[in-house]
Design a protein around this ligand. Sequence first.
Ligand code: NI
Length: 187
Amino acid sequence: MALLKLAHMGNPLLREPAAAVDDPTAPWVRRLVRDMIETMQDANGTGLAAPQVHQPWRIVVFFVSSERLSGLTGDVAQDLTVLVNPRIELLGDERVFGWEGCLSVPGMRGVVPRHLHIRYRATGLEGEPIEREVVGFHARVVQHECDHLDGLLYPQRMVDLRHLFFLEELERHPVDLATLLKETRPR
Ligand code: NI
């Protein structure tokens, strides 16, 4: 077991598309995933993608806490899950705004639009197929993590960079999402 070094925004690896894994059951994948989980838990993250620990592979680990669900049907809690070679299918056109943070953008939070409703497919560590249809926060976490595999970080999905905050300031000046979304955007 080992804690892995986290790459931060600006590291070129975080802009690169990651490579598909030929054999999701290979021992090196299991070792990497074990260390990714330990690293994510140590940093209090809800998800981690392999490029964030300098490993350019299409592997993601995440969980969805019941405390953070939106209350929408289909926004379901999820135990720790490993996705190898995940693919996302966007269902419908509806997008919703929500708060995100990222272990590669430490100390910050931003308001990010994401598709409300998705289906994702991947392979698990035993080679088993995974397929789930989800909405809300669960869908947000998966979209965020899979973006890492395509070289994207959440600030690059934001539509209003005024809504990118240092967590320290946000704690000093709390503001709710609805208030922010009502702000008129300057021309
Ligand atoms: Ni992230």
